[in-house]
Design a binder for this molecule. Sequence first.
Ligand code: MN
Length: 151
Amino acid sequence: MKKLLSLVLMINLFVVYHSQAQQKPIFPKGEKSPNVNHVGDVWLTELSHADSVFTYSTSVAVSDPGARLNWHIHPGGQILIVTEGTGYYQEKGKDKRIIKTGDVIKCLPGVEHWHGATPKTGVTYIATSPTEKGKTIWLHKVTDAEYFGTK
Ligand code: MN
């Protein structure tokens, strides 16, 4: 019986070890972004620059728990593809919503919004934005009431 228990324990350790080893991020974490348009720690890696053929930029953003971007607008819109973790997304006039691994969020051109991690969980997403209509317009910080509140 003891032998069986230790065998089961070893198998469990093996499974846990290997399932964790396979959870390596797909992309490098990138460079820590200076806290100009967000609070908390955010890392950014540009995966693809906009050019004359592909007129949109694509980046991966890693946000530590508590990190969130200021309110902002993408003149050409933005698609977010969540690859890891759980975070928040909110458009002006709407409730804040939870976003999680596998979610695809389409933010329409000109819509004021913010996105980031939750207070206790980090979030990673790929963000792609058309660049022809102009760069991101940064607005005010997300207030604590907005971030921690239910709305
Ligand atoms: Mn955005």
